[in-house]
Design a protein around this ligand. Structure first.
Ligand code: GLN
Length: 203
């Protein structure tokens, strides 16, 4: 049976994640209400703008229910703004922005700076590109955050391979919570969505 995976649909690139998840074999539900959140086996928090998403979680009365479900172990995947939302500590955000505290990392918002605010690179992703014969992953960064430090129990899955940001952590996993600084939903490579669908099936 296909797992039912929600895409938080308040703001951001909801359609692209929906396509990626479907291509990876999941059924998908757009989540805007608690009744929808209650039904899903996992949740994707898309890229977009984390401070806007934070405000909308309050407007839609989803903030507390989402925090509760994450504490109960709901598998979640956040890309870019979604990574920021899941993190426990955010640098360079607005003082009134709220986040979900589901991933023990410190994330720096808009970390790559003005010169290279948006860029693409090929990178290695642990558990995906280390499969025999697998290609590297094309990673698209759009005003992306990076992970500045990780807590115990957080596994680093990808870093930037070259250039001024070489070595910066851009994909992490802690138990059932996955996050990437980049946007696999925009490249047509559905391997990160497949990784998350497998994680939800196993949970
Ligand atoms: N810079 C955005 C933020 O702070 C994230 C950008 C993105 O999701 N592409 O939320």
């Amino acid at each position: 049976m296909s797992p039912l995976i929600g895409v938080l649909a308040l703001q951001g690139d909801v359609r692209e994640h929906t396509e990626g998840l479907r291509a990876a074999g999941a059924d998908v539900l757009a989540v805007r209400r608690v009744s929808e959140l209650d039904r899903v086996d996992g949740l994707v928090i898309p890229g977009g703008e984390s401070t806007a998403m934070s405000r909308l979680l309050g407007v839609f009365d989803l903030y507390d229910p989402l925090v509760s479900r994450l504490r109960e172990g709901l598998p979640a995947y956040g890309s870019c703004a979604g990574m920021i939302m899941l993190a426990s500590n955010i640098l360079d955000t607005r003082p009134d922005a709220r986040h979900l505290d589901a991933l023990d990392v410190t994330v720096r918002r808009n970390a790559f700076g003005r010169q290279v605010a948006s860029f693409e690179t090929d990178l290695e992703f642990a558990g995906i590109t280390d499969a025999p014969g697998a290609d590297p992953m094309r990673a698209v960064f759009i005003r992306a955050p990076w992970v500045e430090s990780v807590g115990d129990g957080v596994e680093v899955l990808a870093t930037v391979p070259t250039g001024p940001a070489a070595g910066r952590v851009v994909a992490v996993r802690q138990a059932n919570v996955l996050a990437t600084s980049f946007h696999p939903e925009v490249t047509g490579d559905h391997r990160v969505h497949g990784y998350f669908v497998d994680l939800v099936r196993a949970a």
